[in-house]
Design a protein around this ligand. Structure first.
Ligand SMILES: [Zn+2]
Length: 543
């Protein structure tokens, strides 16, 4: 038994974290919260990011369970690679926690390899964040120092568990012989005590102590008992996968599923995938006694919301153009169905459940391989005659500029996207592009380099900021919105970039100082399209 394990025995660990986009997601705010809980007697902390840990380490020497969350391709992974673990160790982490679920990842390194290297090179104990009994047993056998129930309720298999999983703790206590950390949905002091009595070595409490937003929602739930408890079924059809799930009137997404689009096989295969996803969610909903009141579909391509057909689609979805999506789905599932473009679906999620909730006029832009987006005006999403409204990526910011895949030259998308970032970076770093690294992986590297202070990477971001500011100044001139929200892999975590864009837009705009354009980062979840498609059902009920 190591000293650190002994030190944690029977203790309360407080997790101090805030979600991206939350008002408290700020190093100073989290640092003060950590100080407050340690002053009150918390014996250890669970913290996210080297930045927070470095700051908080200056105030206290209690054990810190450190994690590095990474959002990528809409997925969240806890401490995905050795570089993250090493940075956490340097910041003063006492125990490194990482995702040891059986999920497969498109990024990061295998967890067994990470455990080995953290032990061998960093000499730190490892906590395995697990969702199921099997995963925790496997992790214990692989030699981790603690197993945690952290991810129960957060993986596809366990989704829908919104309370602490007592049977899991009981079974774990019988099966593993290393310390078990009870974490996830522990919301009262009595539950925390019970976890220790029933076999947990120590207990982590987060939201119930350190998330005022969550606490407020719990009170609101009691005070404003929901009069409207309808549910919609939302579907998001993308080039690689079809996601679907149940969306509550309050915007909560649950009972989700995901199937491959199989786009290369053409229209019938895509439609079959769609049917399969809907059937799976309907089965999950039935088991919970939920009957959706309608079906919302967000799909890649320009959608005709009036007749429910696909007006145009790129080669990503061959044969999709001309397909009457609504007719197909209504015939099969007998539910009122509404369709929207996928980028517009994400904007609807922002409008009904996100940062746009209290606004009437805003523009939301997602930056990645290309630029997706949409415009909300007078509280309504602008679709246009054919569903093309808000195609912000294809407005020209440079006459005779770089060629764009839409056929024109000088579009915003040709200057602000993954490929554009790579180009600016290679120009500045003097390094030749490495053909063995995929564009998205390279863009992630540049993003991290920029955040770490690398001059060439920061220069590349500054160049993009200049171009994006030109585009956004046009948007502010055309629409005079209350805010522009930016999301997507390229800008996630880049507050300085957003500040720079905002400053430049202010300079470019007539009366810019007085108008004070609001440009803000938004966190778009993996199921934003599903959520927005669900919102479409609620806002169209009564058609
Ligand atoms: Zn274009």
């Amino acid at each position: 038994m190591s000293t650190i394990q002994e030190q944690m025995k029977g203790k309360l660990v407080v997790s101090c974290q805030a979600d991206p986009g939350n008002a408290l997601e700020n190093t100073d705010a989290i640092r003060r919260m950590a100080r407050a809980v340690v002053d009150a007697g918390a014996k250890a902390l669970r913290l996210n990011s080297t930045e927070h840990i470095t700051a908080i380490r200056q105030d206290t020497d209690v054990p810190i369970i450190g994690i590095q969350k990474r959002h990528q391709n809409g997925m969240l992974r806890i401490t995905p690679d050795f570089a993250s673990a090493e940075a956490l160790a340097k910041a003063g982490t006492s125990i490194i926690a990482l995702d040891c679920t059986t999920r497969t990842w498109s990024f990061g390194e295998p967890w067994r390899q990470l455990v080995e290297r953290i032990h061998g090179e960093l000499h730190l104990p490892v906590m395995a964040d697990c969702a199921t009994l099997e995963e925790a047993v496997t992790a214990a056998e692989a030699g981790v120092d603690f197993v945690g129930t952290t991810l129960n309720g957060y993986t596809e298999d366990t989704l829908g568990n919104n309370t602490f999983n007592w049977p899991l703790l009981h079974k774990l206590a019988r099966r593993v012989h290393i310390p078990i950390i009870a974490e996830g949905h522990i919301s009262t002091p009595a539950e925390a005590r019970r976890a220790l009595d029933e076999g947990a070595w120590c207990v982590v409490v987060g939201s119930a102590i350190t998330r005022p937003g969550v606490i407020t929602e719990r009170f609101l739930h009691a005070v404003e008992a929901p009069a409207d408890n309808r549910y919609a079924l939302g579907v998001d059809i993308g080039g690689t996968s079809i996601k679907a799930g149940i969306v509550s009137r309050q915007g909560k997404v649950s009972l989700t599923t995901q199937v491959p689009t199989q786009a290369t096989l053409g229209r019938d295969a895509i439609a079959a995938g769609l049917s399969k996803a809907v059937e799976q969610v309907l089965a999950l909903a039935k088991a919970k006694g939920i009957e959706p009141c309608g079906l919302g579909i967000a799909s890649a391509g320009a959608m005709n919301s009036k007749d429910g057909s696909v007006f145009a689609a790129t080669d990503n979805l061959p044969g999709w153009a001309g397909f009457n999506l609504r007719e197909f789905v209504e015939k099969r599932f007998h539910l009122p169905t509404f369709v929207v473009n996928d980028a517009h679906g994400a904007v609807l999620a922002e409008l009904h459940y996100g940062l746009g909730r209290n606004l009437t006029d805003f523009v939301a832009i997602t930056i990645g391989t290309g630029i997706g987006g949409g415009i909300v005006s007078g509280g309504k999403l602008l679709e246009g005659q054919h569903g093309f409204a808000g195609t912000i990526g294809h407005h020209v910011i440079r006459i005779d500029g770089r060629p764009c895949n839409c056929g024109r030259k000088g579009c915003l998308e040709a200057y602000v996207s993954t490929v554009a970032l790579l180009r600016e970076y290679h120009e500045r770093s003097g390094k030749a592009p490495d053909p063995s690294i995929a564009d998205n992986a390279m863009a992630r590297q540049i993003s991290e380099l920029a955040l770490a202070g690398d001059a060439a990477a920061q220069g590349a971001y500054q160049a993009l900021a200049g171009y994006l500011a030109e585009g956004l100044a046009n948007i502010f001139n055309l629409l005079d919105p209350q805010a522009v929200f930016l999301s997507g892999g390229l800008v996630e975590g880049h507050q300085e970039f957003v500040d720079e864009v905002q400053e430049r837009v202010k300079q470019l705009l007539h009366f810019g100082q007085k108008r004070a354009p609001r440009i803000q980062l938004a966190a778009q979840g993996h199921y934003a399209g599903v959520q927005g498609a669900g919102a479409l059902v609620f806002s169209n009920q009564g058609r």
